[in-house]
Write a protein that binds this ligand. Structure first.
Ligand SMILES: [Zn+2]
Length: 259
């Protein structure tokens, strides 16, 4: 069996790979908690606020807008902080591996790409929040028009927040707030990780011209990542970059071919 990156960088990957998994899972948990907090807040507004009626609708909508805005701020801050953790971990994995290969300090890192990644997350969450507000307000208005009970309206709101079907094909498909939030956490945290690793590898290549990159999938890799696992690529000619799919936690590590 040829030596794999997991053999070469055992101590590095044992520690940092686990830490990356912890960061990634924390990001996903954060996304779920943000939606649950929003749902609980709306339940409180609807059950203890002004009675649901045409006269009170504007006041109720104001409270809901504030709740959605809190969801947006909390989720954005939390995910950006996990992106920063993932970014640092992506740098650490490259630097620790390079150290094991006998390659020393390679200079500072620009955080410009991290800022682009966190700004993208903020934009995506702004989009989710706007759609969520529209969906909730629609459920409220149609509920009042149709004379629905408070539990029924809350059920409709809960449906758009957490239960909307997500597997039907076709245009005009709508996803639950929970599904979209989790998707952002899953993909954007790993994207930040990959951006950091790639930037560090490109930097290192300036002093180690034959430096290449090895793709390392997690031990229980899925079939989408399997074709890349263990393969060596030119740093600027990767056929794909992690995340290949929403649950992807594949790593990129340095590889120096033997002369
Ligand atoms: Zn993967």
């Amino acid at each position: 069996m040829p030596e794999t990156a997991r053999d070469r960088f055992t101590s590095t990957l044992n520690a940092l790979d686990k830490e990356y998994e912890r960061i990634w899972k924390s990001g996903v948990k954060t996304s779920q908690e943000a939606v649950k907090a929003l749902r609980d807040k709306i339940a409180v507004i609807i059950s203890t606020g002004p009675e649901l009626s045409a006269e009170n609708l504007d006041r109720i909508k104001d409270s809901i807008e504030l709740a959605v805005s809190n969801y947006s701020d909390n989720f954005t801050n939390a995910i950006q902080s996990e992106q920063e953790n993932a970014w640092n971990n992506g740098l650490d994995i490259i630097d620790s591996s390079l150290t094991q290969l006998g390659i020393g300090a390679i200079g500072g890192v620009s955080r410009a790409q991290l800022l682009v990644a966190t700004s993208l997350s903020a934009d995506l969450i702004t989009g989710i929040s706007a759609d969520t507000l529209t969906s909730i307000n629609t459920a409220l208005s149609t509920g009042i028009i149709n004379g629905e009970s408070v539990p029924q309206i809350m059920k409709n709101i809960n449906n758009t927040l957490t239960k909307m079907p997500v597997s039907v094909d076709g245009a005009g498909r709508r996803y639950s707030t929970l599904y979209r939030s989790e998707m952002i956490a899953r993909t954007e945290v790993s994207r930040a990780h990959t951006l950091a690793s790639l930037q560090r590898l490109e930097q290192a290549k300036e002093s180690v011209p034959n430096l290449k990159v090895e793709w390392v999938s997690e031990p229980d890799r899925c079939e989408k990542c399997a074709p890349f696992d263990g393969h060596i690529y030119d740093i600027d000619k990767l056929p794909e970059t992690p995340p290949v799919h929403p649950n992807c936690r594949c790593l990129l590590v340095p590889f120096i071919p033997e002369e």
